[in-house]
Design a protein around this ligand. Structure first.
Ligand SMILES: Cc1cc2nc3c(=O)[nH]c(=O)nc-3n(C[C@H](O)[C@H](O)[C@H](O)COP(=O)(O)O)c2cc1C
Length: 334
């Protein structure tokens, strides 16, 4: 049915153990048991977002996901989590087949620890040199993620990353492309460039099975591409982690907060460390507030630019079928 797409996805499908090489990227608070199982049951690859979970919470989440699907799924761990190695041990106990390391360069020994337990390791890399180093030193697959994506982002667009990374790596390694993918035609074109598969987040965040609050989903349905803005840094002394989210009262207040803290710094009323901490802590708990509590005014409504292509709630299986159909049609043209 999807012969051409499946054939180009073959390496990705074999690597993931799925029918389609389409991952639903981990989304903190959104990618829990229900969405992960729905994606995997639909022939895609769901990934649990561990985020700041404790090892006990992750343990329970993996067990609950397993109760909902017998299909492969992965776990996304943030490299700066203070209990990273305990979380790796939890994944090992559950014989999780794939672990995704996100949020920075994997610390020494982490890739080895995951592989020792027999799991495959997927990594992100901001530069080609680092990607090569990670792949040569044991990572099994790479995700390249462009700045169109929702959540934490790098500075370079997916289309540029794809041109830089795929010709250099796709022959020898499994590479998935993420960021700004809203339709199957885009999937087809990255597959034709050598990608083994793709990862989407924004398109799946409002699937019927997603537990995101109705307010969060409504905000997605109403938004256009241009509403999904990268966070702005006002003062070079106060670093801001770039995050793409829907603009709202919270994003305006964040800009005001940076100005206020910069002024206090100029006046010598706070030191640099205090100032930076105030900025860093501004968004603490804000994604949870938006996703779980439905506070889309001051919470962080992380969304990618493909949010303009999300207009209603649909079952994960329908989203995947639509993407596959569009990809197949594109590959069958001419
Ligand atoms: C609400 C939201 C939360 C996210 N949280 C995480 C996360 O916890 N860890 C992570 O590695 N990526 C996270 N991402 C990124 C996704 O996994 C995925 O790579 C990205 O959404 C793909 O780009 P797209 O949004 O353009 O489809 C998040 C994205 C969104 C929209």
């Amino acid at each position: 049915m999807y012969d051409k797409t499946h054939s180009l996805m073959q390496r990705g499908r074999a690597f993931l153990g799925t029918e389609h090489a389409i991952l639903c990227g981990a989304m903190s608070w959104v990618s829990e048991r229900n969405l992960v199982a729905a994606i995997s049951n639909a022939g895609g690859f769901g990934v649990i977002a561990c985020g700041a979970m404790t090892p006990d919470l992750l343990d329970a989440e993996i067990a609950a996901t397993k109760a909902l699907t017998g299909k492969p799924f992965g776990v996304n761990l943030i490299t700066m989590h203070p209990l990273l190695f305990d979380l790796i041990a939890v994944c090992a106990n559950h014989k999780v087949s794939h672990v995704v390391l996100a949020g920075g360069i994997p610390p020494k020994g982490s890739v080895e620890a995951i592989k020792e337990a027999g799991a495959k390791v997927m990594v992100f890399a901001p530069t080609l040199a680092l990607a090569k180093r990670l792949l040569r030193s044991g990572a099994d697959a790479l995700v390249i993620e462009g700045s169109e994506a929702g959540g934490h982002i790098g500075p370079v667009a997916t289309s540029v990353l794809a041109q830089e990374f795929l010709p250099a790596l796709a022959e020898d390694y499994v590479v998935f492309v993420a960021g700004g993918i809203g339709r199957g035609e885009m999937i087809a074109s990255y597959l034709e460039m050598g990608a083994s598969g793709v990862q989407l987040g924004t398109r799946f965040a409002c699937a019927s099975e997603s537990i995101a609050h109705p307010n969060f989903k409504q905000a997605f349905f109403r938004a256009n591409a241009r509403d999904a803005e990268a966070s702005v840094q006002v003062d070079p002394r106060l670093p801001v982690i770039p995050v793409r989210a829907l603009k709202n009262k919270g994003t305006e207040e964040f800009t005001a907060k940076q100005r206020e803290v910069a002024a206090l710094l100029d006046a010598g009323k706070v030191d640099m460390e205090q100032a930076q901490l105030e900025i860093e802590h501004f968004w603490a708990g804000a994604l949870r507030r938006a996703v779980i509590d439905g506070d889309v005014e001051t919470g962080s409504v992380m969304a990618g630019q493909s949010v303009g292509m999300v207009s209603r709630e649909e079952p994960a299986a329908e989203i995947i079928a639509q993407l596959m159909t569009e990809s197949e049609a594109a590959l069958s043209r001419g």
